[in-house]
Design a protein around this ligand. Sequence first.
Ligand code: 4F9
Length: 258
Amino acid sequence: MRIDVVTLFPDFVRQCAAVGVVGRAQQRELLQVETWNPRDYTTDRHRTVDSSSYGGGPGMVMLIQPLRATLEVMRNAAPEPVHVIYLSPQGARLTQGRVEALAKRPRIALLCGRYEGVDERLLTHEVDEELSIGDYVLSGGELAAAVIIDAVGRLQDGALNDAQSAEQDSFSDGLLDCPHYAKPVHDALGSVPEVLLSGDHAAIARWRQKQSLGRTWLRRPELLSQRALDAQSRALLDEFRREHVQYEQKRQNDAVDD
Ligand code: 4F9
């Protein structure tokens, strides 16, 4: 897969994409990340990329001309048609489902705005999709682009090893991940749940599924209402709820005793 990034801060984006799983995916040529700086496509002496906003008010707007020139060179730099994404808080929310769809494309481009954003006419004519990574304001689209490169890059075939397998991730089945434990079995901070030491793979899978359902119910209940549970999952969640109520009652009693 190829990802082209249009940004005033190409070094920053390249450095983000150079580390860890995604850096390795690039080294293995599973992923190609290219950057394009609109400042390199300006035509005036001052290399101007922005200007004040019609209608007045504070803040600058990124100009059409340097972005159009950049996007034209970018599109022609490879033969594949490119799906252009603009990163902004006004976009549709990024989800694992959208990440999976993007990861199947041969080529996408990420357009990063700075200042108050980009001239609306450029967006209308050059952008296929507008995405937000969350309801907060960044000082530019670069961190959002880095998020997408990471989330999409790690899904490329061969990017993850077996131990990192994407099937086991949070959200891969619409639920939060279960708790994880490593050495030691007993620690001042507590002990590893017994079932994980039992060697009973079916019991372990059942416990993990129950924890995933329970944590999703406790922390992100809206994820459960968006998704139909089968009879087995409903039974596991009921079990988790009963245990949770018992645990909360015991905690309250212990607090009264103290
Ligand atoms: C982009 C915020 C994507 C959230 C871009 C300022 C942004 C953003 N998701 N904020 N420029």
